[in-house]
Design a protein around this ligand. Structure first.
Ligand code: CA
Length: 319
């Protein structure tokens, strides 16, 4: 049985790897890619998505819908200092790489309504499109099976500020609205989970490089700029919160511990904009999300490696 899903993405670095998970994992039924303002310039994100579709051999098979080009109420802020252009300077001829004319918010609403209770949205950028869909269509929340949200930190450090993780920081009003909307939400936080369990260190990166397939070369190139940044801030490897989010949807056995939390997002604080307050059940607040606390890190790395191994034989025969 495959899992009907959409990936809502600000495509750069690990978003690309998450798209590979959605495109290549046999359990995935990826029905659309929807784009939201986040990591890098919006038009660059579109190019990055098409570059990834091309690398996966899926150009034309999954529609790319363009969504909100800025957060709900604030100016857009980028993470270009972390990701560069998000694909290590890769380019390709974009002739024929046309986004679907339907707006991402409309596509999300339509796809959810076409199969009520079946569609899961993997949210790996700011939550602007999702919040907007809830405003535009009151039945959207009920039509969606669930959201897998990469964002926030579980009582731990942020990345763009001491307090906040990037996706929630960029559009905190959207994040707050989404957690209040009544979705079935699973959260994959930045810290401690990503920092402890979804960093590929030197030996794991060497294993991927040694595969020497077109997709392993794509992975290495796409992750190079972020690796350099990560090392400069004391993280010894590449970070993979977005691909982990897609992977745990398709392979729930990778989740080894999770808890029920009440999650809310700070929109007022000067120092804490975008902070995710994850209350673990002793503060009298009703749980509104499942927060992943630990995963099978080796199993996750193996999963990504298996995907990147694909096309080995076809590349050998065409090289
Ligand atoms: Ca992302």
């Amino acid at each position: 049985m495959t899992i009907p899903m959409v990936i809502d993405t600000d495509t750069a670095q690990d978003d690309c790897i998450a798209l590979l998970v959605g495109l290549l994992d046999p359990r995935a039924d990826l029905r659309a890619i929807t784009m939201v303002a986040g990591n890098v310039g919006f038009d660059q994100q579109i190019r990055n998505a098409f570059l990834t579709l091309n690398a996966a051999g899926h150009l034309g098979s999954v529609p790319v819908h363009l969504g909100c080009r800025r957060p709900l109420v604030r100016p857009w802020e980028s993470a270009e200092n972390v990701h560069g252009d998000g694909v290590g300077g890769m380019t390709m001829d974009m002739t024929g790489c046309d986004p679907d004319p339907e707006h991402a918010v409309d596509a999300l609403i339509r796809l959810a309504a076409e199969s009520p209770g079946e569609l899961t949205i993997v949210c790996i950028g700011p939550l602007t499109n999702i919040a907007t869909a809830t405003i535009k269509d009151p039945s959207f929340v009920d039509n969606v099976k669930g959201l897998y949200v990469m964002g926030g930190s579980n009582n731990a450090r942020g990345n763009i500020t001491a307090a906040a993780e990037f996706n929630f920081y960029v559009d905190p009003e959207a994040a707050k609205a989404v957690f209040a909307a009544g979705f079935d939400i699973t959260v994959i936080p930045w810290a401690p989970l990503t920092l402890e369990r979804a960093v590929f260190g030197p030996s794991q990166l060497a294993e991927i490089e040694a595969l020497d397939t077109p997709l392993s070369r794509f992975f290495t190139r796409v992750c190079a700029t972020t690796l350099e940044f990560d090392r400069s801030v004391g993280i010894n490897g590449t970070t993979h919160p977005d691909s982990l989010t897609a992977a745990v949807l398709l392979h729930p056995e990778l989740i080894t511990r999770a808890g029920h939390y009440h999650v809310d997002v700070e929109t007022q604080g000067d120092l804490t904009r975008g902070y995710a307050a994850m209350s673990w059940g002793i503060h009298g607040l009703e749980p509104n999300a499942t927060v992943v606390e630990d995963v099978d890190a080796e199993g996750f790395h193996r999963h990504i490696k298996t995907l990147l191994e694909q096309f080995r034989s076809s590349s050998a025969s065409t090289d």
